[in-house]
Design a protein around this ligand. Structure first.
Ligand SMILES: *[C@@H]1O[C@H](CO)[C@@H](O)[C@H](O)[C@H]1NC(C)=O
Ligand SMILES: *[C@@H]1O[C@H](CO)[C@@H](O)[C@H](O)[C@H]1NC(C)=O
Length: 329
């Protein structure tokens, strides 16, 4: 036997031993198989993130999620991380709850404790431009920003972008609230000094992959006996505005649209983006449109369809990503 063959056999033997060790470890600690195996027999999973019960209902109703038979979940800091497959793709999912701090915390834990190749977020948003997005549609933004981070300017002495007096009713004029300026946010990353950013770009390769994978996606138009008035569609390349308050006010929605070209408003996307960028992880965002800012809120059937359609987009995208495998170190 040649020495090269012998070396190959040796390596294979080592691999087997390591595989056994990591399997034994995984019985003791459910995250170990994913986390600690040196020789990477384990698979990288895709991290699926959403905020609400409505989103989780869509996932469970679809019948496409299969929990792992041995280690279906791990609880960390009060969050439950679910391990399983989505239409046969390996995923780990977490319901984060709402508001930026909860979303960011859950995404950070996911990225630290589990080996994932990237983050797929799906959720609900409000349309800021009815010509482009109506309830039931899914927006796949190219960039998102925190628009709830304000610097309040001194009355009369400085001027920010948002001038409250412009919104006086019935006539605009002056207002003691003065003006506010929109602030950038510090983005930390492993290899660079923190930098100030406003727009957070979606990972280009995943955004492009999404435009291909979702080209012919058929969205759902009806739920129980309720149907959307038109055929829902996927809209690519939008810009999303995120803040800790959900924008339901028409005047403010128009302001965000006019000043930032934002066509959706939500309370989570920018947190997912910032946390993923800080960890240099791939990520992509799918926003189901559940209402139009300033219009009477959609009923629960429409909200559910929005959630379901965003889920369908996320699933189609996940299934289009070849399951990444780790190599041996
Ligand atoms: C918004 O989009 C329009 C058309 O694409 C562009 O001309 C304009 O500069 C954009 N405005 C902002 C604030 O980005
Ligand atoms: C699930 O996978 C099957 C087979 O690959 C595919 O035909 C189907 O469209 C997928 N379902 C969804 C909701 O993406």
């Amino acid at each position: 036997m040649s020495s090269i063959n012998l070396a190959v056999l040796l390596v294979l033997g080592l691999l087997l031993v390591t595989a056994q060790q990591s399997m034994q470890m995984s019985l003791r600690n459910p995250t170990a198989e994913i986390e600690t195996s040196n020789c990477k027999i384990a698979f990288l999973r895709l991290g699926l993130v959403f905020t609400s019960d409505n989103n989780e209902k869509a996932l469970l109703d679809s019948g496409l999620y299969e929990p792992d038979s041995e280690n279906p979940s791990v609880d960390i800091a009060g969050r439950r991380f679910h391990i399983g497959t989505l239409n046969n793709s390996l995923i780990i999912y977490v319901k984060t709850g709402s508001h930026s701090v909860n979303v960011a915390t859950a995404v950070q834990i996911l990225l630290l404790r589990f080996r994932t190749s990237g983050i797929i977020f799906f959720g609900s948003s409000g349309s800021l431009d009815e010509k482009m997005l109506v309830p039931g549609d899914v927006a796949v933004p190219k960039a998102v920003a925190f628009t709830g981070v304000w610097e309040w300017k001194k009355f009369r002495s400085e001027e920010g972008k948002l001038v409250f007096g412009d919104f006086n009713y019935p006539e605009n004029g002056e207002n003691l609230l003065g003006t506010v300026e929109y602030e950038t946010i510090n983005m930390f990353s492993p290899n660079e000094a923190p930098k100030k950013v406003f727009w957070l770009p979606i990972t280009t390769s995943w955004y492009n992959a999404a435009t291909k994978a979702l080209k012919d996606l058929k969205l759902r138009q009806c739920y129980s006996d309720e149907c959307l008035p038109g055929k829902p569609k996927v809209v690519f390349g939008s810009k999303g505005s995120t803040s800790d308050f959900y924008v339901r006010n028409k005047a403010y929605g128009d302001f965000l649209n006019d000043n930032f070209n934002a066509t959706t408003a939500d309370t989570a996307s920018a947190s997912v983006a910032l946390t993923s960028l800080s960890n240099e992880k791939l990520f992509v965002v799918f926003q189901g449109v559940s209402n139009v800012a300033g219009k009477t809120s959609s009923d629960s059937g429409v909200s559910y369809l929005a959630s379901y359609n965003a889920f369908l987009a996320a699933t189609k995208f996940i299934n289009s990503i070849p399951t990444p495998r780790l190599a041996c170190e």
